[in-house]
Design a protein. Sequence first.
Length: 145
Amino acid sequence: MSEKAQKSSGGFVKSLIVVLAIASAVGAWYWHRREAPPTLEEPVFHTVASVIVNLEDRNPRHYLKVTPVIVYRDESFEKKVDLYLPEIRNYLINKLREETVVSLSDADSYERVRKDLLAGVKALMLANTEVDSVENLIFTEFVVQ
């Protein structure tokens, strides 16, 4: 092969590599941009109807009443929360029924329950929507009686 042919084929390979690198970068940018959900600066507080459960105790007269609030910033997520609200409430009821008066009398019980439920609601919504938008779960009411 002549020296001129080798130089031109080497230049072609270099040009091809540069074009592929640029195309890959543009494709990655587009893919990342497309997957990012639109977010709001201010959080959305989605109040779930109060949940009242009997506590797992020898005395069935004890109950827990909570009013959970799901916090997120993805504006399109509200419809998904509404769609899966029955599953969210079912999960909350089942988890809260496992609590006892003794387990809820600890100083850190509020925060422990909140973190456990947050992890569960995040997992439930991620499994159903493939979007990790649940930012927090708080209570506007937490009564043990």
